[in-house]
Design a protein around this ligand. Structure first.
Ligand SMILES: C[S@@+](CC[C@H](N)C(=O)[O-])C[C@H]1O[C@@H](n2cnc3c(N)ncnc32)[C@H](O)[C@@H]1O
Length: 367
């Protein structure tokens, strides 16, 4: 197999697909275990989770992504952490309302390289309107859902009431009697059809290996987010339904981590390109954030890539990743090489606020 990646030939990577990370960094960092002083590897995506991994005090975090636009999203954050206060950062990203995002963007990108600057300059109007965390294709998809379709189904009052903290039994009642109406179910079925998701949110190529209906998944996962967990503590649900974060923020965006992350930015080792390229370098890592990239590979390619990752993993390194719809766990042949940390998985799955994933996997390389 080559160092390039199967999906690279299929989907376009010349624009920002994910302007924020839709995977819960609280869950990721808890699952990686004690990696103090170690080398970590992270898929970049929008960059938030690679930054969250700095709170684990590693020697370095190697960040890879096939998409230059996604790498540019990390560079934007680095500029923002360096040049903005925490409240300004939240305004720029879109977590809170702001009427001065264009000016904040200019300050954030002032010291970045010419290409990255040009990309963000070209997005300035969109950033001003939606926040830098709202300019991806995926976020645009949620925005259409929120502004054009959701109002046909739920009143503003129902949406606001969703984020009132209440005991679990009352959350169940709220979901059953106020939220899960026939109009809501119809909306889910249409909006999360393969056709619409492929057109608006994800490349159709990403569905090549996926079984089942996306709408069925979303309905199950909404129950997790709305009943098992407290929606009042869920920044992802808040963004989807209201267009900003509420009182709750994703880990990387929280004030408590801002200074620590800022002080460790020089530990990022950013390598545009594939994960497969990293595992060919001969370097070893003590933990991997693999996002949900396996789901984008056919089972055969997944098995090959998994084996290559093992060859680049130190003893006890953990492979942490999500599945959205296609099931991916250690391939049968390689099971003797890892322990599945079921307790860690179960504990973290229960609190995973990024609710659209069907599985969360933590596998530890045997010494
Ligand atoms: C797999 S996608 C999933 C996004 C995610 N669910 C989120 O919330 O951001 C994340 C990133 O992985 C990158 N990617 C996919 N396959 C890759 C590979 N083999 N090597 C490096 N990056 C890859 C994509 O370019 C994308 O930016």
């Amino acid at each position: 197999m080559t160092q390039s990646s199967e999906i690279a030939g299929k989907a376009a990577f010349d624009y920002i697909r994910y302007a924020q990370l839709w995977e819960d960094a609280d869950v990721l960092t808890a699952a990686l275990g004690d990696v103090t002083g170690g080398t970590l590897v992270s898929i970049c995506s929008a960059g938030d989770n690679a930054l969250a991994m700095l709170t684990l005090d590693p020697a370095k975090v190697v960040v890879v992504d096939l998409s230059p636009a996604q790498i540019a999203s990390l560079h934007l954050r680095i500029g923002a952490f360096r040049n903005l206060s925490h409240p300004e950062f939240l305004e720029l990203m879109g977590a809170v309302k702001s009427d001065r995002r264009a000016a904040l963007l200019e300050r954030a990108i002032a010291d970045l390289d010419a290409d990255t600057k040009a990309l963000w300059d070209s997005l300035s109007d969109e950033v001003a309107r939606h926040g830098a965390g709202g300019v991806g294709k995926f976020e645009r998809y949620f925005r259409i859902f929120r502004t054009r379709l959701l109002p046909l189904v739920h009143s503003r009052r129902t949406i606001d009431d969703t984020f009132v903290s209440r005991p679990k039994a009352e959350r169940q009642e709220f979901l059953d009697t106020r939220f899960n109406t026939w109009r809501w179910r119809l909306l889910l079925n249409v909006f999360f059809s393969r056709f619409v998701m492929g057109r608006m949110g994800r490349d159709k190529a990403f569905f090549d290996h996926v079984d089942g209906s996306p709408a069925q998944h979303v309905a199950r996962r909404i129950r997790h987010a709305a009943v098992d967990c407290d929606p009042a503590e869920n920044p992802y649900l808040h963004w989807i339904l209201k267009g900003t974060h509420g009182a709750a923020l994703p880990m990387t965006w929280r004030a408590e981590h801002y200074d620590v992350i800022r002080s460790r930015l020089d530990r990022l080792d950013i390598r545009p390109g594939s994960l497969e390229a990293f595992v060919s370098t001969g370097e070893k890592a003590d933990g991997f954030n693999l996002s949900d990239i396996f789901e984008y590979m056919s089972p055969d390619v997944f098995a090959q890539v998994y084996e290559r990752i093992l060859s680049a993993a130190s003893p006890n390194a953990r492979l942490v990743y999500w599945n959205m719809m296609a099931p991916r766990r250690v391939p049968t042949d390689l099971q003797p090489c890892v322990n599945t940390l079921t307790d860690v998985e179960d504990t973290q799955k229960r609190r995973d606020k990024a609710f659209f994933y069907s599985d969360f996997v933590v596998e530890e390389v045997r010494p």
